[in-house]
Design a protein around this ligand. Sequence first.
Ligand code: MN
Length: 303
Amino acid sequence: MLERIESRASTIGGGLTIRRALPNARRRTVGAWCFLDHAGPLEFPPGEGLRVGPHPHIGLQTFTWMIEGEVVHRDSLGNEQLITPGQVNLMTAGGGISHAEDSAATQGRSARLHAVQLWIALPDAHRHRAPSFRNHADLPRIEAGGFTVCVLAGSALGHSSPAEIFSPLVGLDLSAPAAGRLSIPMTASYEHAALVLEGAATVAGEQLAPGTLLYIGTGRDSIDISCRDAARLILIGGVPFQEEILLWWNFVARRPEEMQEATRDWNAGKRFGSVLGSPSVPLIAPNPAGLSLRASPPQSPSR
Ligand code: MN
């Protein structure tokens, strides 16, 4: 089963417009992946950059894949981590954490940004765990069929990412400097989705350009990927997530009351600690009144 799903434009901190591929009206999740923002490639005007001020998360992992530019992550555990191209920042929110993401100072040069931020819903058994953060600078890279395949999460082509995950899932970045063709073995019990980030590519027979998410149902033990010229895409997948989740603002939970409690706690300065050193102002959680299960998020996430 194949489904073409158009990303929609959304804005995140600092007024930056991004393409949001997940969640969407047709697919809330792909495996445990529950959120997918594609930002850039772009160059900010001098003095400007990504400015996502301190904000809280619960019940998820934020998974940032940096392609161009440099962003400083600061969190309430005291981590201050510069993420540079080719690296993943993985923050496990568990029961609660707060963080900020700001473009690194550029000494007068213009800041660039090309990045993907994904969220992974934590299964019930892990969603209240202690928060943690890791930067992964050394991810497996495999040359195959003219592509460099970087294993961001899970395993592929006999290599595994060191990123700690809590559901069976996979995340790959595939880039080719010129024409390429690859049939990549995948896990048949996983559903998958592909998103072209640059150039154009054909995935499972479908021609794709940036902005279109291709959903690929379960039951495939390989996926064909090709491009006629330089291209970059990501491929995500996992066992279809069996738990009914509620995603609202920056929270993933199960019940509206959990959202209301997290909102109250954040706006009262409780539970989520504090983020030091960010040049951006903290975000205020919107009012969750009227929030109900299964409804579309009335307020889109800020990341
Ligand atoms: Mn965030």
